[in-house]
Design a protein around this ligand. Sequence first.
Ligand SMILES: [Zn+2]
Ligand SMILES: [Zn+2]
Ligand SMILES: [Zn+2]
Length: 105
Amino acid sequence: MTGCPHFDQIRDVTPSANGCEDCLKIGDTWNELRVCLSCGHVGCCDDSNNQHATKHFEQTGHPLIMSFDRREHWGWCYADKLYFERMPALSRRGPWSFMARWLRR
Ligand SMILES: [Zn+2]
Ligand SMILES: [Zn+2]
Ligand SMILES: [Zn+2]
């Protein structure tokens, strides 16, 4: 449906923190949050001072993230630079494996 070959890297993850875990470590603040769909790393977006979500991709190669804001449903693949308009939101829609099935539909 999308041309992104990375959906099989989506795991049933638990978010690593209730904020950007790397910013929390250094005592900095962030703008918006992204959650890594491979390991649950929570990082800050590119509008933030530290851009930890992008750095997480550069360090780990985990390509797929989605917004950590439960009112938002979009996702993004760093590797393919592909935007996905709608991914089921964290926790409100149950286990993340549901999302993997949804994406393969
Ligand atoms: Zn991809
Ligand atoms: Zn950060
Ligand atoms: Zn990750």
